[in-house]
Write a new protein. Structure first.
Length: 413
């Protein structure tokens, strides 16, 4: 690290050089920093200033409304980085079964279970806070890693490096810049990468409930014609996490009405399976706008995009975070497997990363977007056809196994 004094010595500015600079302090950016630094790559992680004054002990008793369904790929990566075992296991719920329902009186049904997949679990439901606390602990002991708090204001591209100028005048220089700064990525914008953007006219309303009867590790999902997609994910104990992908007018109503009223609406779906549901204390809920975001490229000159900066899909399959972990694994493999004469930001290295991710990302984009379009259509013959389709797939073991394969993040034999 080198420093120099600004004019009159009033401000000391920093010039930090590394192999890789990651912009974005979310779970995917942190995981990338861990994976690369543990592989011997010098990494700088630029994250926004942390929220001050909130200790983990103050918030731990509540249940985070933002949860992720992590698959086998994510678990393998986090295990290799010594993060999985650092998670609070008492706050993780394995998903042992998945029950999917169509709409109407003749609703179709589709079921998956971990036993049939010969797996420990289909996925694991983990709170955002639990994941980030474990990642933060690992970052403190990671070699070759410098964590910087601040905000980038300008990128300058050179043949052999990228320079990020921060708001306070500091300069970060790296052979490769990784954009892990979310759906509205500033890095992506600085690279002038075009994108396809399609808003769904929906918001994901999330909150947590207690349930009247045990869920036995089952996740439930209802596809409806007019009310969007309702999902209940298991939490430890007799608790569930709601993700309701609701049309905008309905989402506004779900966010404004008392939580007891929302619970009553959800109970209309849940009653035959886990009984009625009731809000957890302290009450909390959030809503997130939903859109398909598909950049034309996930790389640029000495730049790679990962996570939501590289792709945003509908949450109906619960795989947005898993795609991000797949990005981290692929980028790490491309960098660590490069030839000795190539640096980490070499065009061929980035090309290998982009090709490695193209099939999985495209498949998930097409699948989630296609399902959203299919079940959003109010056309009655189409409603009948999709219910028949759910029942048909449920009776085709080979097709079900392929669907489970993608859900798990591995190939089944």
């Amino acid at each position: 690290m080198t420093t120099h004094s600004a004019m009159h010595g009033a401000i000391r500015q920093m010039h930090l050089e590394s192999d890789v600079c990651i912009i974005g302090g979310g779970a995917i950016g942190k995981t990338a920093a861990l994976a690369l630094s543990n592989a011997g790559i010098r990494v700088t992680l630029l994250a926004a200033p942390a929220v001050a004054g909130i200790a983990a002990s103050e918030v731990a008793p509540s249940w985070d409304v933002r949860v992720y369904a992590l698959n086998q790929t994510a678990r393998r990566l986090l295990s290799a980085l010594k993060v999985w075992d650092a998670l609070d296991a008492s706050r993780i719920a394995p998903v042992d079964a998945m029950r999917v329902f169509g709409d109407g009186e003749a609703a179709g049904k589709l079921s998956f279970d971990a036993y049939g997949a010969r797996a420990d679990a289909l996925t694991w439901i983990i709170e955002d806070r639990n994941l980030n606390q474990a990642l933060d602990a690992a970052l403190r002991f990671s070699p070759n890693l410098q964590v910087i708090s601040g905000r980038a204001e300008r990128l300058d591209f050179h043949p052999d490096r990228v320079e990020a100028r921060l708001a306070n005048g500091d300069l970060l220089s790296a052979r490769l810049l990784v954009g892990a700064d979310g759906a509205h990525s500033w890095v992506r914008g600085q690279c002038d990468i075009d994108l396809d953007y399609r808003p769904y006219g929906q918001r994901a309303v999330v909150t947590n409930f207690s349930c009247e009867r045990p869920h036995h590790g089952a996740a439930f999902q209802w596809f409806t014609s007019g009310e969007g997609i309702v999902a209940l994910l298991p939490l430890p104990g007799d608790r569930v996490s709601l993700v309701w992908s609701a049309p905008e007018p309905l989402a506004q109503a779900l966010m404004s009405q008392p939580l007891e009223q929302l619970a009553a609406r959800v109970s209309a779906f849940s009653s035959p399976h886990i009984g009625s549901v009731h809000p957890l204390q302290p009450e909390a809920r959030q809503a997130f706008p939903l859109a398909l975001i598909r950049p034309r490229s996930i790389t640029a000159q000495r730049v790679a995009l990962i996570g939501d900066a590289a792709h945003v899909v509908h949450p109906l399959a619960g795989h947005g975070m898993n795609l991000g972990f797949g990005d981290v694994a692929a980028l790490t493999q491309a960098i660590t497997g490069r030839e000795p004469h190539r640096d980490v930001g070499d065009e061929r290295v980035l090309g290998r990363y982009a090709r490695a991710r193209s099939e999985d990302v495209l498949l998930m984009q097409v699948a989630t977007d296609g399902l959203e379009r299919l079940f959003a259509a109010p056309f009655e013959p189409l409603r009948i056809a999709r219910n028949v389709g759910l029942n048909l797939v449920d009776k085709l073991p080979f097709v079900k196994r392929q669907l489970i394969s993608h859900a798990l993040g591995r190939m089944l034999t």
